[in-house]
Design a binder for this molecule. Sequence first.
Ligand code: TA6
Length: 276
Amino acid sequence: YSLIEGPGGLPVVSLVNDHGVASIALQGATVLSYRPSDEADVLYVSESAVFSDGQPIRGGVPICFPWFGSHGTDAGKPSHGTVRTRAWELVGVHEHNGALTVRLTTREGVLAVAFEVTLGPRLGMSLEVEHTGRSGESEVFEAALHTYLSVGDVSGATVTGLEQTDYLDQLEGRRRLTQGDDPIVFEGEVDRIYLNTSATCVLHDPVFERSVAVDKDGSRSTVVWNPWIEKARRLADLPDDAWQRFVCIETGNIADNAVTLRAGERHRMAAALSVQ
Ligand code: TA6
């Protein structure tokens, strides 16, 4: 592994082994790239992404914590929480059974947060939160790994695994609906928070002729998002045509699935990406 100067001069940890290559920016502990051997990058990073302190990176795997989306009561607070816009501490990299794991930490009040990325047969990601406060205290938080998956053409992509699952439709004021038996298809903006599901999702990409599985553990919510044309145009750090090239499948604990942690307790939420 190596610590290199990445885009915008930001420090990036680069992991290389027989399984492939992965890179993680210390900024937001954002995974920027995951290239299994003989595969194109599984992740999408915007060609117009901004790489600078205090700015969220458009793409890869931003970490949403301690809230998802806009803050519940204070509209002045940043979208998707506070930790994706700050540099995390690099604890170190260790090797085990041919896999490389990098560990990064940060702190949010009484919550100590650690993020581990493992480059092995899959790309493993694990977010651990510990409540270090005084006994009797408790904190409620949301969290999500906001994974941008690269696709050849979103119009032909489908997502399976969420059939018959309830979701909040972000395009209709978080109206509660249920996914039918059909896979998710993309014919316009899609922005749904699926709830109470531990299911593995699979993104099927006929253009790249591959499927990407998103397994998860300790996560009860899955968000599926594509901005489509209008929203992509409104996002300054996304090229106007970029909506065609990614689908976000985000594993987390959101809304009804928010986490309550008492002093001394730990929570672990993990996801693993694999190409099939
Ligand atoms: O995960 C979907 C979502 O909440 C969308 O509503 C959209 O806002 C997206 O996240 C990107 O949010 P960001 O704050 O990174 O622009």
